[in-house]
Ligand binder design. Sequence first.
Ligand code: ATR
Length: 301
Amino acid sequence: MSSLNPADLHTDPTLFSGVDVYAVAGNPIAHSKSPEIHQRFAEQAQQKMHYGRLQPDINAFALVAKTFFAAGGKGMNVTVPFKLDAQVFADALTPRAQLAGAVNTLWIKDGQVWGDNTDGAGLVRDLLAQGIALHQSRILLLGAGGAARGVLGPLLEQSPKCLVIANRSSEKADELVKLFANLAAINEVALESRTLLELEDATKTPYAFDLVINATAAGLTDESPLSTGAVANVFVPSSFAYDMVYGKTTAFMRQALQRGARVSDGLGMLVEQAADAFLLWRGAHLATVIDPRAVLAKLRS
Ligand code: ATR
């Protein structure tokens, strides 16, 4: 690993003496809402901290992270495309980060860099805050990549009746079913995989879902993973459709709206995963002081 001068970071911890420095790392990162979210939590909790941005080159995450922490950085959020690099970079992982296969939060504890994944907990808290009952529900999770894997554990822990993972190709969905079979059994969840094509077949998809979560990358290009035939099978008016993408009504959300279902984008998940990271860094006792729903309302206004 070659070296980097802290001054070459977008956020140089040495410039903020007496203030704890945090940052979000991603590429691109200019439009990240994380600095604003954390600044609002810091105000609510009356914490003195600075939260900036880091944009490592695609192959330079470890170098930037090493330089940031060596220069005194206290913690880092990690977003696309570096969540796997962050998992490799961490000296120690929480059990949920191990299960998620990715890390979105790093911090220093006892001289080691710890990695956690707060995405799934953030999603679950946002769903519950929106009044979505997860216990004994029927959940369809679209996608079997990193985003889907990151939220599977916390979803299974809510003991839905069934959770179906649907993906274009079956291999990745089958792998996730194997990986999470134990947790599904412990929580008495019927965990199954299906291809997106099979969602069009009413014999293979005989019931609609209470909750459909889009964890595919299709939302980014405004495509939907669901064909017209699949839409007819998976949504009823009592369904809730959740897209992890935020800031727009995606093609997937429009399909659900046309079927009379309720929809949500992923902004609440972003705020809630940030809240968990903030509490990991600044202390769990601040949970009663910060108000993620107020921060979310501000972002939406
Ligand atoms: P991420 O970390 O964001 O999940 P990823 O690991 O590359 O990214 O996974 C992307 C997911 O989106 C995969 O499930 C992918 O499906 P395949 O495994 O079949 O490739 C899915 N995906 C991407 N574009 C899609 C599209 N246009 N329609 C349906 N699924 C799509």
